[in-house]
Design a protein around this ligand. Structure first.
Ligand code: GKR
Ligand code: MG
Length: 430
């Protein structure tokens, strides 16, 4: 039908948007979060869009791979993969997202370069395919298993304002004490209707984080709760915490470092373990299986797993090994959220509300502005392709932010050192 259309050019535009001072195991978020916007233009003047990481290393590898798409049909995803693989090297060993210091920025992990670039182009090509076939991406993925995708309230311990005060403080205020965390949850739930709650931990002494989670359990009885210290706890601390949270957790996300640390926690506790740190590709999936599946739930992320179709395959594998699947998130805007929604809608085997950082952002790149949640869920767009388009003025504004913000790589550790010059970021800290 539309085989004659070919890709003429790929544009990659780096953008930056405001991000609050959110605390995590690695340190604290900087005032500007980075992403890049992909636009793939065809000979028939259609444009397929996507959003991905925006760190300098990612921009470099996207720039290297982009010319390889010229002349390809938007339907030729396999040829795109072959060309990207030929040009882009992983340039490193498979990462467990761990080292001496925790790095929570998959956008800078070179070991994921091939998967990240393939994903970046795949989504934009699927958007084009949907436009050509007049079908939403979810239909290209096999059709919707659900009409709306549930997301969770993703809470962070946080300061009221960035140390460098680059702009007005966000409306959430400080989030350190349990009562402040309950207020944060209330605000987010009132605005978005989320039913599940995730607490990002690993930032404060564990007793304080446990107190916050117990306060949340009391304030929101029956709400599924998760805690995620990003492997910043020893096995002993992880076991102590899970005992204190007995009967409260839906799942326990990345308590201890490494697959073997997670396996030790799994042996001594009956709460299912979830990860976006130790099962991040198929090799690590196999390692987990060989150990008898200590990790029971994979928090996938199409941005670094290699795209929407790869994540569908991952879902099948999870089902085969009786494991659950849900979604991880980093700071992002509406194009990523829309792609996540199409994907999650197409996966019957998805039993948990997905993560999203979206409530922490107040800017948007898509036409029509911020996406609207209903009762904590996002409706799957029914328009052709992704069903969203870029607001050109917003793109210009957010690119201008990037030009002026001075941030080129996410550095939560460096930012934390502005508050505490002795902060090392060594893990596990507690
Ligand atoms: O943005 O601070 C953050 C998160 O901690 C993020 O970097 C993690 O990748 O959200 C993520 C997680 O669930 O581990
Ligand atoms: Mg996590």
């Amino acid at each position: 039908m539309s085989k004659q259309h070919t890709i003429r050019r790929v544009h990659v535009t780096p953008i930056a948007f405001r991000d609050p001072p959110l605390l995590n195991a690695a340190g604290i978020h900087e005032p500007w979060a980075l992403r890049s916007i992909i636009q793939i233009e065809t000979s028939c003047a259609r444009v397929g869009i996507n959003e991905t990481y925006g760190d300098q290393a990612m921009l470099d590898v996207l720039a290297k791979a982009a010319p390889a798409l010229e002349g390809l049909s938007p339907w030729d995803l396999n040829a795109m993969e072959t060309r990207v693989r030929a040009l882009v090297q992983p340039d490193g060993h498979t990462s467990e997202f761990l080292g001496e210091q925790i790095s929570l920025a998959p956008g800078t992990h070179v070991s994921k370069n091939v998967a990240k670039v393939i994903s970046a182009f795949e989504v934009a090509m699927l958007d084009l395919q949907g436009q050509l076939a007049n079908a939403p991406v979810v239909d290209l993925l096999g059709g919707a298993a659900r009409d709306a995708v549930p997301f969770s309230a993703y809470l962070f311990f946080k300061y009221a304002e960035h140390i460098d005060k680059p702009y007005a403080a966000d409306p959430f205020g400080e989030g350190i004490a349990p009562a402040q965390m309950v207020a944060q949850a209330r605000r987010m739930i009132e605005q978005y209707g989320f039913k599940s709650i995730k607490l990002k931990a690993g930032a404060l002494p564990p007793e304080q984080e446990v107190a916050a989670l117990l306060a949340l359990a009391k304030a929101f009885p029956g709400a599924p709760l998760r805690i995620d210290p990003n492997a910043n706890w020893t096995v002993a601390t992880s076991l102590k915490v899970v005992e204190q949270l007995r009967g409260v957790l839906e799942y326990y996300e990345d308590p201890a470092p490494g697959l073997h640390g997670m396996a030790e926690v799994a042996r001594a506790s009956d709460v299912p373990l979830a990860t976006n740190m130790v099962v991040t590709d198929y090799k690590e999936f196999a390692d987990n299986v060989r150990l008898g599946c200590p990790v029971r739930i994979v928090l996938s992320d199409h941005h670094y797993w290699g795209g929407l179709r790869t994540t569908q395959q991952l879902a099948r594998l999870c089902q085969t090994f009786d494991m659950g699947l849900s979604m991880h998130s980093n700071s992002h805007l509406g194009i990523s959220l829309t792609a996540m929604t199409h994907l999650a809608a197409s996966v019957p085997h998805l039993a948990y509300a997905c993560d999203t950082h979206y409530p922490w952002q107040d800017e948007e790149i898509v036409q029509g502005g911020r996406l609207q949640f209903e009762n904590g869920s996002l409706r799957v767009p029914r328009g052709p392709g992704l069903g969203v388009s870029i607001d050109p003025q917003a793109l210009e504004r957010l690119h201008d932010n990037w030009l002026h913000c001075g941030t080129r790589n996410r550095d939560d550790l460096g930012q934390m050192r502005k508050y505490d010059p002795t902060f090392t970021g060594k893990q596990p800290r507690y």
